[in-house]
Write a protein that binds this ligand. Structure first.
Ligand SMILES: [Cu+2]
Length: 112
């Protein structure tokens, strides 16, 4: 039980550090090997923001194929793990995002 908690905590910490990394230096791809690996294994999907509610952490995305969920392209509502992840995003933005098995957004960033 305790081991499981530690595991969840470390996954959470990893997703935060990845977000910080992605939000920071977009130009330089010479990041640390560990950070590059976590981005690669994240299965980023393209989407377009159709509706956004930062208060509830819900965002409607018209998304491309989500390979890790074997989901075809569609428009649907996702919940962000943290409502703060949606700050700075607006309706009409093109984004790259990653979702976990429960369809919660673990990572989302504006596509430049
Ligand atoms: Cu979907």
């Amino acid at each position: 039980m305790k081991t499981q908690l530690i595991k969840i905590a470390s996954i959470f910490a990893l997703s935060i550090s990845t977000s910080v990394f992605a939000a920071g230096d977009h130009g330089a791809h010479a990041g640390k090997a560990t950070e590059q690996k976590s981005v690669e294994t994240m299965e980023m999907t393209q989407g377009e923001v159709k509706k956004i509610d930062p208060k509830t952490g819900k965002v409607t995305l018209k998304h491309g194929e989500i390979k890790n969920l074997q989901m075809p392209p569609m428009t649907m509502v996702f919940s962000a793990k943290e409502a703060a992840q949606l700050e700075g995003l607006n309706k009409g933005d093109n984004v790259l995002f990653a979702v976990d098995q429960n369809m919660n957004i673990t990572h989302i960033e504006k596509k430049q």
